[in-house]
Design a protein around this ligand. Structure first.
Ligand code: DGL
Length: 280
């Protein structure tokens, strides 16, 4: 059985592809002192249409890899992985690997903020098919805010549009309008829409075009970064394990060149050096 020592190291961030970079960017600007290690499973993205078992297995492999590379704490910077794999990893795998290590997701911190944002108490969620089918958002929201009515809309073409850098195209306009119309047809009283996929912030300018004025659009980056900072303030044992050298390293399961090009769009940084790794 695999076990990992309690170790000092960077914060690990995992996403199926590039979406988690929208979370990484906000974490680095709020907490620049820490070291970070980003892993994108680009060779097997997107995860959004994959089954529970497959998303769990792929995510588990990625988390193990990040622990292997020295991270004491891993953030699943992916809603699909948070919805379909986080709980099993926390309850089944972590106790065996090392109960002092931590894996955190992005859904809970996002949900915690929702009660303060919606006035009508009608909320919409945009996400991958996997996230919407899992019902993780309505389930978590009902635990904290039972009065809120939640409608979800799967947007299967958003991730391919973003991964192929087509988020600014006319094709993107067509699908953004279509999905938003379908969401608002379900419930016209929605005043707050959660971007429940870490890829979607790149579509934000288009999303704003097709919602009624005054609708709040909630992107997760700042929320998740703030929630991690609060977590580390409260958990000083974990905080002391995070190395503080202001470094960030990138790993991908696909071509390094492709990662460098696409990641620079997400991070607006020109020089991104990535290393290719294999997870199987
Ligand atoms: N970025 C991921 C999320 O937040 C989804 C991308 C995918 O479908 O792989 O759900």
């Amino acid at each position: 059985m695999e076990q990992f020592p309690t170790q000092q190291g960077p914060i690990g961030l995992f996403d199926s592809g590039y979406g988690g970079l929208t979370i990484l960017e906000k974490m680095r600007s709020l907490m620049p002192q820490y070291d970070y290690l980003y892993l994108g499973d680009n060779a097997r993205a997107p995860y959004g249409t994959r089954s529970f078992d497959v998303v769990y297995e792929f995510t588990r492999q990625s988390v193990k890899k990040l622990f292997d590379m020295g991270c004491p704490l891993v953030i699943l910077a992916c809603n699909t992985a948070s919805a379909k794999a986080l709980r099993s990893i926390q309850t089944k795998d972590l106790p065996l690997w090392n109960p002092d290590m931590r894996v955190l997701g992005v859904i809970r911190p996002t949900v915690e903020q929702i009660g303060n944002l919606t006035k009508t108490r009608h909320v919409g969620i945009l996400g991958t098919e996997g996230t919407i089918q899992s019902k993780s958002y309505p389930i978590e929201i009902s635990k904290l805010y039972p009065d809120i009515i939640v409608s979800g809309k799967a947007c299967p073409l958003f991730v391919p549009l973003v991964e192929n850098t087509e988020y600014d195209s006319d094709g993107a306009d067509y699908f953004v309008k279509k999905y938003l119309d379908e969401l608002l047809d379900k419930d016209s009283r929605i005043d707050t829409i959660i971007l429940g996929c870490t890829h979607y912030p790149l579509l934000l300018p288009k999303i704003k075009k097709y919602v009624p004025e005054g609708t709040k659009i909630v992107a997760q980056g700042e929320i998740v970064a703030q929630s991690l900072q609060d977590y580390l303030d409260r958990h000083t044992d974990m905080e002391s394990l995070i190395t503080k050298g202001n470094n960030c390293e990138f790993f991908t399961t696909e071509s390094v060149e492709k990662f460098r090009k696409s990641a620079s769009v997400f991070l607006k940084e020109k020089t991104i050096h990535a290393t290719r790794i294999s997870l199987e």
